[in-house]
Design a protein around this ligand. Structure first.
Ligand SMILES: Cc1cc2nc3c(=O)[nH]c(=O)nc-3n(C[C@H](O)[C@H](O)[C@H](O)COP(=O)(O)OP(=O)(O)OC[C@H]3O[C@@H](n4cnc5c(N)ncnc54)[C@H](O)[C@@H]3O)c2cc1C
Length: 453
């Protein structure tokens, strides 16, 4: 008997740990609800709700194969040992995880199991290419995306693993999934729904991805981040289907996901620190009122507020708008990227340490291959450019209904600005100049050699 320990890989397709265990004989699929993991700052209630929905779907997948998922609760190092002893399992197979918290947990579990003579074996499957396998000519990890992408796309992907046709039933009891009141309307969970989303996206958007991906009012992206986050779709299956359909631009986005995972494994300090160390002492402002206006979508800048309200009402936000709201927080409001990162983590259904941390550091200008710090998005012109019909902002800000499109992006310029919608939190030029001046002074003081524009 081999235990197959699921974590952020809630699928039965292209699952090398399951495929290898099934090929060796009887296996027992299990998931450990770890109270410590469920209560970290990275795990908001939205994500717990999505996790439970995906676990229920994984149970169904196993039932269809003749087996069932065993759910236990407690510390993985204790629960897996107990399960292994009770079932006589000699090994535990899992997909390798790369985030610092997962790496530390896996080391603890390995020590506990091996002390009892039980093997813990990891397989690659969370990324398209295994972190550590995409190296520059000098054998080091990449810190810039474009050369990473060039090497990444030249390397072969390992073979997609077959789903077992049938698994032996077992009689090990399982906990019921805890009840949690539904906070958000969720998309259908699980690997079958994820695969359908992928196929529909390829049919619906396909080669138009590059022209549609920046328009938040339409479904121009895949919305597969939720599935990739909990592994209800294999990233290799997604990449290989998209490559067959000629969707290189979309595969490049999947490569960004790999890139941030590769970086975080190589530099775990990024969980708590800026990649560019001079930003660790940056004089960010602490302003609870401004932070709250941003969080609740009440800054008076429609594209920012629409994004923040999309996040709180759906648990997801369009990528272009993520970049705009992040730039607005760090630059116009001069509030730290960590405050924004933590808020996203609380609310995003796809909240993912490496991509979220990478996205925030990129937006603030302090990350690996980040946007230059002096590039400050203007939320009005960004809104006019990417939501010219004002459809997106009006969907999330009903107060703007009835305003002409251009005026909806800057309601304070109209003759009768809507009374129920706030006036701008600060003039854009004031925020921009304050940020640029603070950044120039700080970077110069940290290192007089710094190149300033
Ligand atoms: C400030 C900020 C925070 C972010 N936080 C997260 C997060 O917590 N979790 C998350 O999955 N993504 C995050 N992203 C990246 C990106 O916004 C989302 O992956 C994307 O919006 C998800 O929608 P989609 O699945 O329709 O994307 P698509 O456009 O269909 O892209 C396909 C997949 O590629 C990957 N991807 C696309 N863009 C990026 C990117 N810039 N970085 C890393 N992977 C990418 C995702 O897995 C995505 O599902 C963040 C970006 C920013 C700017």
């Amino acid at each position: 008997m081999i235990l197959v320990w699921h974590r952020a890989d809630l699928r039965t397709h292209d699952h090398p740990a399951l495929a290898n265990a099934a090929a060796r004989g009887q296996c027992l699929p299990c998931f450990v609800l770890d109270p410590r993991l469920l209560s970290t700052p990275y795990t908001g209630n939205n994500r717990i709700q999505w996790l439970y929905a995906c676990l229920a779907a994984l149970s169904e997948s196993y039932r269809a194969l003749g087996s069932s998922l065993v759910l236990v609760a407690g510390r993985p190092e204790q629960e897996l040992l107990r399960l292994a002893r009770e079932t006589g399992a000699k090994a535990v197979y899992a997909l390798r995880s790369y985030e610092p918290i997962g790496v530390a947990r896996d080391a603890r579990v390995k020590a506990a199991l091996e002390a009892a003579g039980i093997e813990l074996k990891f397989f690659a499957g969370d990324c398209i290419l295994e972190p550590g396998s995409v190296l520059s000519g000098s054998g080091t990890h990449y810190k810039v995306f474009t050369p990473f992408w060039r090497t990444w796309s030249s390397l072969p992907m390992s073979e997609i693993q077959p789903t077992p046709k049938h698994l032996e039933p077992h009689a090990v009891p399982s906990l019921e999934l805890p009840k949690i009141s539904a906070l958000l309307p969720l998309p259908e969970a699980g690997e079958h729904a994820a695969m359908q989303r992928l196929e529909q996206f390829i049919r619906r958007v396909g080669l138009h991805y590059e022209t549609q991906r920046d328009l938040p009012s339409i479904e121009g992206t895949s919305r597969l981040s939720l599935d990739l986050h909990l592994g209800t779709i294999s990233p290799r299956v997604a990449a290989s289907r998209a490559s067959q359909a000629g969707m290189t631009a979309w595969v490049r986005e999947l490569c960004w996901r790999d890139f941030y995972r590769h970086i975080l494994l190589a530099e775990p300090r990024l969980e708590n620190e800026a990649f560019k160390s001079e930003w660790n002492t940056f004089p960010w402002r602490e302003d609870a009122l401004d932070l709250d206006a941003w969080r609740t979508g009440n800054t008076g800048y429609p594209i920012v507020d629409a994004g923040m309200r999309q996040l709180s009402s759906t648990g997801w936000m369009h990528n272009r708008v993520r970049m705009i709201v992040a730039s607005f927080l760090c630059k116009h409001l001069l509030i730290s990227w960590q405050s924004g990162e933590a808020h996203f983590n609380q609310l995003l259904l796809d909240g993912d340490l490496s991509s979220n941390n990478g996205g925030w550091q990129w937006s603030a200008g302090c990350g690996v291959d980040a946007a230059p710090y002096f590039r400050v998005f203007n939320p009005v012109t960004q809104g006019q450019k990417f939501d010219s019909s004002a459809e997106y902002i009006k969907r999330y800000i009903p107060e703007l209904e009835g305003l002409p499109n251009n005026e909806a992006h800057q309601p304070w310029t109209g003759l009768r600005p809507p009374k129920s919608y706030p006036a701008p939190i600060l003039p854009l030029t004031l925020g921009r100049d304050r940020f640029l001046e603070t950044a120039k002074q700080h970077l110069k003081a940290s290192n007089p050699e710094n190149l300033l524009p």
